[in-house]
Design a binder for this molecule. Sequence first.
Ligand code: IMP
Length: 422
Amino acid sequence: MAVDVLLGLQWGDEGKGKIVDFLAPQYPIIARFQGGPNAGHTLVVDGKKIVLHTVPSGILYSEIVNLIGNGVVIDPATLKKEIESLSAYDIDLQRQLRIAEKAHLILPSHRLLDAASEHAKGAGKIGSTLRGIGPTYMDKTGRNGIRVGDIMTSSFMATYKDLKAKHMRLLSLYPEFSIEEDEVKKAEEAFFEGIEFIRRLSIVNGEQFLHNALEKGMDVLAEGAQGTLLDIEYGSYPFVTSSNTISAAACTGLGISPQNIREVIGITKAYCTRVGSGPFPSELHGEEGESLREKGGEFGATTGRPRRCGWIDLPLLNYAIKINGVTQIAMTKVDVLEDMESVSYADSYSVNGAVIEGIPFDLEDERIVVNYNNVSGWSATKDGSIHPNLQAFIETVERKLSVPIRYLSNGPEREKLNILGG
Ligand code: IMP
């Protein structure tokens, strides 16, 4: 039938995992369309926290088929470990998981290249998760990559050795980056164990699988990773990831057409965070930022790094909404802002006293001034209803963004979610 796309509107970590988990029962198929194990989608089920990196967030529902689409980059060792960590959940992998044969593989030497490149950048580093994402997408666009389907061919080992040798030649350009032979050997062993593991999974022609499902009248939820402001094209370049994270990437990353897309659900926190380097105009430094980080548990699900925190940024959200064609918003972590005297939001940007339209080329341009506005704070209500000041905040955001907030998440648990306007 149709594809609904769910994606992040900020710098990732918006709480996509929880919203996918909530919406999942409406969809027979959930498909990840980009990114790789740099992602960490957190679900809290029966009080237990589960972090998914490559596997789509519908995996805990036995009736849902989860597709890892061709736009995703897969680290076989990480995928094996992730799936093994789900062993308590009685997942029928053959039935519940499919892997697109055109998805590219992350080699151990991709991770080395990622680390060497970051090391060489020094203070200008991106703050990469070092999962080998950038070098793998570089090999994909450079037409050197190895795809999941290749592991079934007799030439796989030769192709692997050629690509590894090329990576080693590239690594020799970073003489100051030391490589531990033992570590490489261990990583290669884990890689090949992962390859054996993937060979036993259900590898499919991803686009055909989806075309057949759509023709049979099934709905698909396309699950994005990272966020719009980390998009390679439209994010805060060069402090971005190496894939397109926007709704258009659901088409390229799954092999579906724009006509297949129905709703685009954009996720934003009630405030804003970023992990890694790069511009963040509404960042809060000092005590205010620290307090949000502690209250929101803002530490990376993949790397454990502390996240930078700040106020929600409406000009950036407006930009993200236009690029993605967002039709409804899910706002998460509203509870983190409870019990504050007032809650601020970045309302506009100005240069030389004049409010600017759109987003400046250089978000770090020193002439940019962020203009803030605020609403009075709110607290939790006894009956779970929405506090009038929170309602005022919701209405302000909706008015400024011209898109309805459909879901309001006020805690990590599945049941802590309000559906608005319907
Ligand atoms: P990479 O994709 O691991 O190379 O990281 C590039 C930038 O994107 C870094 O600033 C990372 O912190 C950030 N990043 C990558 N994946 C995620 C994510 O899933 N959530 C939040 N930030 C991410």
